[in-house]
Design a protein around this ligand. Structure first.
Ligand SMILES: [Zn+2]
Length: 452
């Protein structure tokens, strides 16, 4: 028995010694602890109420540290972002991306756009498709666009089974079925984060009521584009009783559905809706922001909770353009940089109940936008083609998705070519670079160096 006791003890001791020596070795080697360090930027993280100079370290695609000073020796790669803003990756909760079906004049077709060409270059890392697909075509949308995009695409499922195919489809009360829509939302809980009703021309409440029924059954919010303005279903009733706290009223500053009263003041139903917990979303799009409405709203401190584009083929080159343009437009209306960043990051994350996103907490996905605030003479346009002058414009310098550089406007993450050996080849490393990586699991190594 004594021998058994001793051997067990020996085994235990040798294990302790092994763990101890491994720890010592790791400590002695001082291997870089972080994959990437963004150094010296002005960090704006609304979730933690932070707006100050901070270093941000990233490891394995996650935020690893946000501190006043982090030693660059602890990072494999350091990028100096002094003088720039460092914000969570921007979230655009009103986007139209179900393209590629070949259907003309349809948001489940030609009117939609592929996100990757519009997102990373404007600091956007997540979009929510606002109702292009319904339960009948969501899975086609998923395999056609969502699964093939680098941008994170979440979805408001349309209450209309056929989705946003315009005209007779969107007005069809018989295709707004609660059961199959609920089943689809439950089947894809990680992608379907809300229900959308939109563009309804009729006097019935059915689209709103059925959307809310699905939202309740699947425990997700409803986003409402309130369609044609009908006296049978007034805004007061929508915001006062029909919607639940946590539901989202988009196109909130269009003025097309009584948002601004005849007396020139905001409809009191808007403030009352906000008090009930309804969220108000910009969704400027092709025809949903008028400066007389917006400026009165700002005057009454009725600021949208979230800034979103409603981007599609008709709004992409209009007054809307992109998220940074709309954020800059709100600066021109008198909001602060911190206020617009919150409305493009943490606020929309909470509206779609994705609290892991839109913040820079340690452990959150390292989706990050590095922005430059340009000063000069700028202008913005509303739905009626009127201009608003501004003095600031936000520009995207660098975008990170899951901790890797996916966009780098001025190549600030790159070494100057003159400093490299004459026969230099591919720069960048898969630890931090998703554009032209070499190394750890990257495709770069397998691609043979280009020889002239
Ligand atoms: Zn829309």
């Amino acid at each position: 028995m004594g021998w058994v006791y001793n051997s067990r003890q020996m085994l235990l001791h040798s294990r302790i010694a092994l763990v101890f020596s491994l720890t010592l070795t790791a400590w002695a080697q001082q291997a870089p602890q972080y994959d990437l360090l963004l150094q010296g930027g002005h960090v704006i993280d609304a979730k933690s109420n932070l707006s100050a100079t901070r270093d941000v370290a990233i490891l394995n695609g996650k935020i690893a540290a946000v501190e006043p000073k982090i030693d660059p020796a602890r990072a494999f790669k350091t990028v100096n972002v002094a003088g720039l803003l460092v914000t969570p990756g921007i979230i655009d909760i009103h986007f139209h991306s179900y393209t590629g079906t070949g259907e003309k004049n349809s948001y489940a077709g030609d009117l939609s756009i592929l996100p990757d060409g519009f997102t990373f270059r404007t600091g956007v890392t997540t979009v929510a498709d606002a109702g292009c697909s319904g339960w009948r075509n969501f899975e086609d949308f998923k395999q056609r666009v969502i699964d093939r995009s680098k941008t994170r695409i979440l979805v408001f499922l349309n209450i209309v089974g056929n989705g946003m195919r315009q005209g007779k489809f969107e007005g069809d009360l018989t295709d707004m079925e609660v059961k199959p829509a609920t089943e689809m939302a439950m089947k894809y809980k990680d992608l379907i984060i809300g229900i959308k009703t939109a563009h309804f021309p009729g006097p019935e409440w059915t689209p709103v009521e059925n959307a809310v029924a699905v939202g309740t059954a699947a425990n997700i919010p409803v986003m409402v584009d309130f369609g044609n303005n009908r006296p049978e279903r007034p805004l007061e009733q929508l915001l006062g009783t029909k919607l639940r706290p946590g539901d989202i009223y988009t196109h909130c500053l269009s003025g097309l559905r009584g948002e601004l009263g005849r007396d020139g003041k905001m409809n009191p139903a808007m403030q009352q809706g906000r008090k009930r917990g309804i969220y108000f979303d910009l969704g400027q799009g092709g025809g949903s922001l008028a400066y007389p409405v917006a400026m009165q709203a700002v005057k009454e401190k009725f600021i949208p909770d979230s800034i979103s584009t409603d981007l599609h083929t008709s709004s992409m080159n209009s007054g809307t353009k992109d998220m940074l343009n709309l954020m800059s437009e709100m600066l021109a209306m008198g909001l602060t940089v911190d206020e617009v960043v919150a409305r493009a990051t943490w606020n929309p994350a909470r509206e779609i109940r994705q609290e892991a996103l839109g913040n820079l907490s340690v452990g959150s996905p390292a989706d990050i936008a590095v922005l430059n605030v340009r000063t000069g003479k700028f202008g913005f346009a509303d739905m009626y083609g009127a201009r608003l002058n501004g003095t600031k414009r936000l520009e995207c310098e660098l975008t990170l998705r899951n901790g890797k550089v996916v966009y780098d406007l001025n190549a600030i993450a790159r070494p100057a070519w003159e400093t490299l050996p004459k026969d230099y080849r591919r720069q960048g490393d898969a630890r931090w670079d998703a554009i032209s990586p070499v190394g750890r699991g990257g495709g770069g190594r397998s691609a043979a160096p280009h020889t002239p």
